[in-house]
Design a protein around this ligand. Sequence first.
Ligand code: DGJ
Length: 705
Amino acid sequence: MPGERFTIDGGGTALVLEVGDDGRLHQMALGHPATMAEPALPTVIYPLAYPTFGEEILREPALRVTHADGAVGTRLVFHAAAQEPHGHGQVHRIELIDRVAPLTVTLCFRTWPRHDLIEQWVEVVNGADAPITLHQAASASPALPGTDPHLTHWGGGWAHEWTETTERITPGTKTVASAGGVRSSLHREPIVLFAGEGRATETEGSVLAATVAWGGDTRFDAEMGMHRACRLIAGAQHRGAERTLDPGERHVTPPAVLAWSDQGIGPITRALHPWVRKHVVRDGDRPRAVVFNNWETMFFDLATEPVNAVIDGAQRVGAELFLMDDGWFGSTHPRDNDLQGLGDWMVDAQKFPDGLSGVIDHALAAGLRFGLWVEPEMVNPLSELYRDHPDWVIAEPGRERREERQQLILDLCRTDVQAFVIEVIDRALAMHPGISYLKWDANRDVFEAGSTALAADRQAHLPMDRVRATQEVMAEVARRHPEVELMACASGGGRSDLGTLRWFHEIWTSDNTDPVDRVRIQWGASHLLPSMVLGAHVTRWGEKPVAFGCAVAMSARFGFDIDPRAMTDDELEVATAAAASSKRIRPLVQFGDLHRLVSPVDGPRAALAYLDPAPVDASDPEVPCAVVFAYRLEDDGAGTPDGQQGIAVPGLVGDRRYLVEDATPGSAEAGSVFQRLGSELAATGVPWPADAAPSARVWVISPEA
Ligand code: DGJ
């Protein structure tokens, strides 16, 4: 009904929609309810809530359909609305219909007022008695206020994940989209930040964060149209993924998550992280273990004795879980390198004549949990699996099957392949009940996007159907093995999205573990993901001092992948002390509120802090309530950023005294303590590292008794 208004109240993020006299649904306001502009002008002047091809011909559409009668335009009007609680907020469903074709488009919103965010997705139903083509259907298309809009986005490819770009939006459309379908976030991360009035900082500026919770390719179109009006269209990538909707068929988009802040980027992170811990990642209330991985340490060169020697080293430094990586399987094509064996998930009897029990029992006896690497969606052509099932892979008929890392992708659109993958994991876990953790890897992208499970005229469904089928398999594994923790890896951080994370416990952030690069990668990743899910290991990559590597890994989910047999006594001592302190500060790093303090993006230094989210003055005396990580990444002379002598620590109580302990791994001053008032820490702060780059300082702050 004209004039009907809907307030989608996600706490600090609110969206106001209204039906105009023209019957169309308009977006009247977006922002923090306390500060957003009250709509005062006639409704029809405001932008459309969900623009379609054919309606606003000069602008990018969120929806494009070819109707059963061949018409290519869609013009939506309001039809009905419903609202119901979901336990943490409301679900709103606003139904729009085409003026002529029997097409229903429902805008769906789930509000999370306690987390200051909104999820939005769209459902499209074909009410015609003939098929229609859905060329694109975005999850959300908010119009955005601002006179000098800037977009921040991330990407970079293997070993360069989360490379940040911030750029001014100018007339036209800036598209940030991923491709490849499997390792989508390796290339482009599925989150953008839109700041309306110039670059936002951590503490200043109005910002909208938008992420799409989708385990495949995503697409963000930031458009500046006439009169500098801006809009963000966010959803799954539609290029090459047109769908035929049969009569009565419903298409549901993945959800976009929208979070707004008037006070810079920081509050969005501190809203998003607790939500991801509580409502997205599996067992987000459970502390993550200190992992000792052996990929960089041993590669494919595995056998019971050397693996057990590494397990002994892992125990020596205080790791809690040993993760045996690639190379443990294969028979006629043993996995001695990445040329062969993928798909043949039997233990390599040459390397492990007594099966895996020799290493699993050894780890358990040493007090470590045991984890195992799998890449169940893939196959090397040089394998028994491919010999027996050459039709099980994604391929196009009569076309070359191009390989990447000498492998092909199993076609999870096929139910027999789904059953095989689930069975691979069932069998590995049934044979080895000591396994309580799996690293689920995926190391190539889709090239010839064809499936024997799809009809000839439905081949373009593969990009979405393959992702959905993969997620269903992941969900089934999670259901069958609720106690087994899962790490999502796709050549590093290729599956860093909230759609996949639902079925996992953590993510392998990047294969790049050079700690200087890692500070920047983890900094970027923190815009979407809480530290408890960001695997960070101390390795030899980049040949930086072990102490510095520890100081960087300690700021996320701490672990190692370094040969303990080749570590010096000093390095072992530093690593052991770092593992112990990582456990001490784990409640803060894994569950605290993140404050990004000094950005490494274009600078030589970085600083970040985790604070106890409970009111700081109520916390127990002498239990750490904050930890600050400070890094010098490149030499920049004696000066400090902005001429500041120290790193200001926010969020403490001004008139309270705190003990500040130096917890820098490997430092001669480690353990030394000084006292400061909260007001002093907020003003002059804690010192930067004094040593030449790369160097670090870790400060643990506790209220004085
Ligand atoms: C790619 C992953 O990113 C690495 O960490 C490692 O597990 C290898 N695959 C193993 O082949």
